[in-house]
Design a protein around this ligand. Structure first.
Ligand code: ASP
Ligand code: MG
Length: 412
């Protein structure tokens, strides 16, 4: 007998028929003798609808009230799910975050889980019930409802799996796993069978949207193997697990792209101590996350700084940077929103040289100009013109033969 946590996203519980189907799927597993904990999202589109309603009341909605509102979507699905199970003659119980208790900090709308009490869930499991937990929500120590940030149900599932020491954590979604790249733009994209936590973290932060990034960090910390798979088919999905030898010998595991960033260049800044600090302190004080930063050397004692910010923060960032630029006597500030970041990711980069060069060669062959480059141990990212994103992704996918296991020749 195993203890299994299964999470179903909004598209998997989008209407009564789908809820019934998913409930039957869980009941089969329960009937086979497993203890089942189910974590649900709100029906697809509901959370967005609530956000829209809230902004009709208050331009910038009060965050405490926002959490009371947003958490209601998950309350609906867990209750309906429990009813669907009972209707078929099996026993189930729905539990909200504050009943479980999923204790969080007080950061409304992006709360972090501090502790999960497994006692109540275990009690109901021991009574033979399927336990249905509302995803995405928690409660502060003094009883206020919180939510974990958009997409937070994945985090609830992984945190529950860790707290209950579950044997399996399965995330059911509307795609059948993690792909080498976005199948919508590259027909050769291949489902990955196993991927390491670190690679998944990079792919998630670079714009692959299958799993919420915080859930991957949590899975890594507590060594929870996560199985991402489709709720509409029985096929095996992708296992997100600890790194092993086969992963290391692969050259590149995936290509990700991100069209949600913008670049800002400050030209001819005096090259003296304290300039980067003057420039970036007000930007980070405004809560704007700067990603890539490049500082060039120029002849004389002037330098250029180029960096990227989320596109949603572009106007605000430009305003702040223009103010600082005037103060530090920079010559000009220019920005562009027509850019994209394309990245290759793989733990194999630790052991194989020349991977970045291959990437540059591929982009050169396609006539794509690289504006910025950044690297980490397991990734290489290039900023290019947005209109070349699809071309770059396909060319890189081909060049690294990601449609096959791209093991280097000597290791095949
Ligand atoms: N319902 C929430 C959202 O749409 C949480 C989730 O689906 O994971 O963001
Ligand atoms: Mg989701």
């Amino acid at each position: 007998m195993a203890l299994i946590v299964q999470k179903f996203g909004g598209t998997s519980v989008a209407n009564p028929e789908k809820i019934r189907n998913v409930a039957r799927r869980v009941m089969k597993k329960a009937a086979a003798g497993n203890k089942m904990v189910v974590v649900l999202s709100a029906m697809a589109g509901e959370t967005n609808r609530f956000v829209d309603l809230a902004t009709q009341m208050q331009k910038i909605p009060d965050l405490r009230e926002m959490d009371v509102l947003l958490s209601s979507g998950e309350q609906v699905t867990v209750a309906l799910f429990a009813m669907a199970v009972k209707n078929e003659g099996q026993d189930a119980i729905s539990l909200l975050g504050d009943q479980v208790k999923v204790t969080t900090d007080r950061m409304h709308a992006k709360a972090r889980i501090m502790e999960i009490d497994g006692d109540l869930i275990n009690h109901h499991l021991d009574q033979g019930r399927i336990v249905v937990v509302a995803g995405f929500q928690g409660v502060t120590e003094d009883g206020d409802i919180t939510t974990l940030g958009r997409g937070g149900s994945d985090t609830t599932a992984v945190a529950l799996a860790a707290a209950l020491q579950a044997d399996q954590c399965e995330i059911f979604t509307d795609v059948d796993g993690v792909y080498t790249t976005d199948p919508n733009i590259c027909v050769k994209a291949r489902k990955i069978d196993r991927i390491s936590y670190d690679e998944m973290l990079e792919l998630a932060s670079l714009g692959a949207k299958v799993l919420d990034i915080r859930s991957v960090g949590l899975a890594k910390r507590f060594k929870v193997p996560v199985h991402v798979r489709s709720s509409f088919t029985e096929t095996e999905g992708t296992w997100v697990v600890e790194e092993d030898n086969t992963m290391e010998s692969m050259l590149v595991s995936g290509v990700a792209y991100n069209k949600n960033e913008a670049t800002i260049t400050v030209s001819r800044v005096p090259d003296t101590p304290g300039i980067a600090s003057k420039l970036f302190t007000p930007v980070s004080d405004a809560g704007i996350v700067v990603d890539m930063i490049i500082q060039n050397t120029r002849a004389g004692d002037l330098t250029d700084m180029t960096f990227t910010v989320p596109r949603a923060d572009y106007e605000r960032a430009m305003k702040i940077v223009n103010e600082v630029a005037a103060e530090i006597k920079a010559e000009s500030v220019k920005g562009s929103q027509d850019i994209a970041k394309v990245s290759i990711v793989g733990v194999g980069m630790r052991n194989h040289s020349g991977i970045a060069t291959t990437m540059f060669n591929v982009l050169a062959r396609e006539g794509i100009n690289i504006h910025m480059i950044s690297t980490s141990e397991i990734k290489v990212s290039c900023v290019i013109a947005e209109k070349y994103t699809e071309l770059a992704v396909r060319a890189l996918h081909d060049a690294f033969e990601m449609d096959k296991d791209n093991l280097p020749v000597e290791e095949k």
